[in-house]
Structures are given as structure tokens and as C-alpha cells.
Design a protein around this ligand. Structure first.
Ligand code: ADP
Length: 482
């Protein structure tokens, strides 16, 4: 059994968790600032990412004392783009975050060309500002001197895993893993290589791209706080959660309720290309064997609860939303569509904007809190329906992520989607997946350890009530589409 330090670099916070086998023993977490320069734009300061992450690592290593740490596993927010100078290590611009819609116009134009089908067939992804390619292009086009430097081979691109690996190894390793690569829209998931035609289309020099490694692999040695620890596993957060939930078999499915919500289903060794809005993505590669997943994405899930807390001020903590929602019998006809940055699957509408509807003089903040939680479940339900349309039977859903702490949300999800929901005692599946990949990379095996009791939520809502709620939601969504 190995001791693994899992680094979990999320959208709103950085975390470090020490695993003894699969059991989390120490944890540190620090939030860092979100930067919103314009409507629909989202950035992070790359140094605030590394500083908050190093602070977490330091706090955990201080608790570890003299004990050995065998390996590091990294999991991270995906698609977010950092471009930096290979000589100075300095970023040329802030990190452009996955939620950022600044390239919506460019993507809209591209959608009407023959490339829409080519990109989907090669990368498994629809054209959308969400993915890295158009964001890298934006930096090269808009940051003074960037294009010239990139052409001369001075600039490096990385998703957040690459940025962390580069910094942890003091600039010795410029690498990413197959799962993060599969979210850039520049990686061919059939050949498992950077795609020259797409690099040309987005006007991105190949010299910027990191080396692509497997999920459990040799990512160099982190030299931090007087220790040298090999980095042996890397995966994007959602793929890491799929692995961390032990969804090893075809048909196994998980949903993570974080800032966004992400439903991933293991589809085995061959990619399936869905026509209705689900993404095909690499789940992991172990040795040379690739496993694929179908993924549905919701951009705003837990973030609608953050909005109630930070912008409307109607709750003082995210957890309070549960008590408020349960304090009323139903949503009172109120629906919220949190399309703050557009809508993901099945709409892929980057111009859609949010709304609250169905307000009456009797509506209270409790109805609003309830409608906000219900909106998360309605959106996830649309992903479940898409999977069902693609021929995948979903009867049980493993859940994790910050908002999976919310019992009201999970019960409502179970009712609205007619699925059994399973929540493990520890909702840290993302970090656990990274620890599992790293342990595999370091020792060739994964410790078999039980993660503790699971809690089940079972559907009990009658069909009439479900139909009414679903039609209320559909009506609200239609009003937000562009
Ligand atoms: P990420 O990794 O995307 O930063 P997390 O998995 O840490 O996100 O989840 C944080 C999100 O979950 C926040 O948007 C927060 O509002 C939401 N959240 C946390 N606890 C609860 C809760 N008890 N009920 C509802 N939402 C919650």
C-alpha cells in the first residue's frame, strides 16, 4: 500500500489530499480569486493557481512530518488554457478558464464550415468556446508579441496539469495526459496524437504543445519543500472522478456536482460518436489500452448556489440552501435557468442567458433556493436522457463533488431521473482517482480498500408530478435560448 499525495486543482479552489492506500487522511484546501474582466469572460491568475496549490501541498506535508510520500497524482480543471514563455516561465496572459465565452463569435463562424463534422469525428467534441483550441488562438491573436514568439518556438501551451507539472519539476517537464489532451480540440482521439490539420486550422504552432503521456506514467520528479516525489498519475477532473468511483466497466456512470456538472459513462475500448450533444472523450489510457467515455456537461451547477450566496445574499452558506429548499412544499411554480455562461448539452447555446420565472407575490427566498437546486437536477436529467437516447441504460448513478453533499438535491435528482443514486461517505472521488492513477504508475497496482458506507437515494415521485415539473422546466429553458 502506498502513500500518495493527490493534487486536485479545481475551478474555485486548490486542494491537496494525502491518501494512505485509498483512504484520505490529511486534506488542505484554499480558494483563489475568479477574475471576470467582461460579461461572459472568466480568467485565473496562473500564479494564484500555483501559489494556492503549493500552500495546500505544504500544509499537508507539514502534517505528514518525516513519513515517506511515494508519489504524486494530479487532477485538474480541464480545458483552461495557460500560455507561458519557455525561457522565463512567465505566462503571457492570465489563464483563460473553461467557462469563458470570449471566442463565441469565432466558434459560431467555424460551426458553419465543413470543419464542424471533421472536428467532431477527430476529437469527439462539438465546436464551442468551452474547449482550449479557440482560447489558445485568442491569446496568440490578441496578446502583443505572442504570435511572433510562438512562431519562434518560445511559447508553451498547457492545460492546468501541464502548468503545474512544469512548475513542480522546475521547468524540466512539459507534458500532459491523454484525458486533458482530449479536451483541447486539437487531439485526435482515434490516433491518440496532436492533429496537424487542426493545429493548422486554429493556427497554433506544434512546438507549443506538450508531450502526451498515459494516465499512469512517468511525469518527472517534483522538487518541493525539501522533498523529491515522482509524479506518476495525471487525469482531468471528470475522468479522474470516473476512475475514483471505480466505474471500470462499460455502462458504469457517475455525475460530479461541482461548479459545473459532468455526467460520464464508460463506453469501453471503442469511441461512440453521439449526434445529440454528448461529447466523446478519453476516459483513461493504461499502458497502450484506451478506454473511452461519453460525457454530458452542464456549465452552471453548484455555481448557481454560489450566486445565491455571493450575489443575491439570500443564503450565508451553500449548505443552507438545503434547509431553505426543504422549508417549502414545492417550488411554488418558480423556475431558475442558470444559463450564466450559455447552455451546454443538449443545447450548446453560448448566447443563452439565465432567467427566473413563475414569480408571484407569494414567492419567497425559499422558493428561489429550491428552484436553484432543482435547476441543477433538471440539467443533469437532460444528460441522463441523452445517454438513454444513445442506447445506454442508466439505472444507478454514482455521485460526487461539493454539491453532492446536498440531500435535497440528490433525492430530487433520483425522483426526476428515476435512478438510484449512490453517494459514498467521502465525496472526494476526483482526488481519489488521481491517487489511484498515481499508485498504479508508482507500483503497478491499486490498493483494494473500502471507501466506507454508501448512502442510497431511491425514486418515489409519481409520474404526474414528474411530468408537471419537467414541463415547467422545458418551458423556462425555451425562453432562454438565443
Ligand atoms: P469545483 O471542484 O468545481 O471547484 P466543488 O466540487 O468543490 O467544485 O464544489 C463546489 C460547488 O458546490 C460550489 O459551487 C458550491 O456552491 C456547491 N456546494 C457546496 N456545498 C453545497 C451544498 N451543501 N449544497 C449545494 N451546493 C453546494
Amino acid at each position: 500500500m502506498s502513500t500518495i499525495l493527490a493534487i486536485d486543482q479545481g475551478t474555485t479552489s486548490s486542494r491537496a489530499i494525502l491518501f494512505d492506500g485509498l483512504r484520505p487522511i490529511f486534506k488542505a484546501q484554499h480558494e483563489f480569486p475568479q477574475i471576470y474582466p467582461k460579461s461572459g469572460w472568466v480568467e485565473h491568475d496562473p500564479f494564484q493557481i500555483t501559489e494556492s496549490q503549493l500552500l495546500c501541498i505544504k500544509e499537508v506535508l507539514d502534517l505528514v512530518g518525516k513519513a515517506n510520500v511515494d508519489a504524486i497524482g494530479i487532477t485538474n480543471q480541464r480545458e483552461t488554457v495557460v500560455v507561458w514563455d519557455r525561457l522565463t516561465g512567465l505566462p503571457v496572459y492570465n489563464a483563460i478558464v473553461w467557462q469563458c465565452r470570449r471566442t463565441a463569435d469565432f466558434c459560431e463562424e467555424l460551426k458553419s464550415t465543413r470543419y464542424a463534422d471533421i472536428i467532431k469525428e477527430k476529437t469527439g467534441l462539438p465546436i464551442d468556446p468551452y474547449f482550449s483550441a479557440s482560447k489558445i488562438r485568442w491569446i496568440l491573436e490578441n496578446v502583443e508579441g505572442a504570435r511572433e514568439k510562438a512562431e519562434k518556438g518560445r511559447l508553451l501551451f498547457g492545460t492546468v496539469d501541464s502548468w503545474l507539472i512544469w512548475n513542480l519539476t522546475s521547468g524540466e517537464v512539459h507534458a500532459t495526459d491523454v484525458t486533458n489532451a482530449s479536451r483541447t480540440q486539437l487531439f485526435n482521439i482515434n490516433t491518440m496524437e496532436w492533429d496537424e490539420e487542426l493545429l493548422t486550422l486554429f493556427d497554433i504552432p506544434h512546438s507549443m504543445m506538450p508531450k502526451v503521456l498515459s494516465s499512469a506514467d512517468d511525469y518527472g520528479v517534483a522538487k518541493i519543500f525539501g522533498r523529491e516525489i515522482p509524479i506518476c498519475g495525471v487525469a482531468g477532473d471528470q475522468q479522474s472522478a470516473l476512475f475514483g468511483q471505480s466505474c471500470f466497466n462499460t455502462g458504469d456512470c457517475k455525475n460530479t456536482y461541482g461548479t459545473g456538472a459532468f455526467l460520464l459513462t464508460n463506453i469501453g475500448k471503442k469511441p461512440i460518436f453521439d449526434k445529440n450533444g454528448l461529447i466523446t472523450t478519453v476516459a483513461w489510457r493504461l499502458g497502450e489500452e484506451v478506454t473511452y467515455a461519453l460525457e454530458g456537461s452542464v456549465f452552471c451547477a453548484g455555481s448557481v448556489i454560489q450566486w445565491l450566496r455571493d450575489s443575491l445574499g439570500i443564503i450565508s452558506s451553500s449548505a443552507e440552501s438545503e434547509f431553505l429548499a426543504k422549508s417549502v412544499e414545492d417550488n411554488g411554480g418558480v423556475y431558475i435557468v442558470p444559463a450564466f455562461t450559455g447552455l451546454g448539452a443538449p443545447y450548446w447555446d453560448s448566447e443563452a442567458r439565465g432567467l427566473i420565472c413563475g414569480l408571484t407575490r407569494g414567492s419567497t427566498k425559499a422558493h428561489i433556493a429550491r428552484a436553484a437546486l432543482e435547476s441543477i437536477a433538471f440539467q443533469v436529467n437532460e444528460l441522463v436522457e441523452l445517454c438513454r437516447d444513445a442506447g445506454i441504460t442508466i439505472e444507478r448513478l454514482c455521485v460526487d463533488g461539493g454539491a453532492a453533499e446536498n440531500n435535497f438535491l440528490l433525492k430530487f435528482q433520483s425522483d426526476i431521473s428515476k435512478v438510484d443514486i449512490i453517494r459514498k461517505r467521502s465525496v472526494e472521488a476526483t482526488a481519489r482517482g488521481a491517487a489511484m492513477f498515481a499508485e498504479l504508475g508508482a507500483s503497478g497496482e491499486i490498493s483494494a480498500q473500502d471507501d466506507g458506507d454508501s448512502i442510497y437515494f431511491k425514486p418515489t415521485m409519481d409520474q404526474h408530478e414528474r411530468d408537471e415539473l419537467l414541463s415547467g422546466w422545458k418551458n423556462a429553458v425555451e425562453r432562454t435560448l438565443s
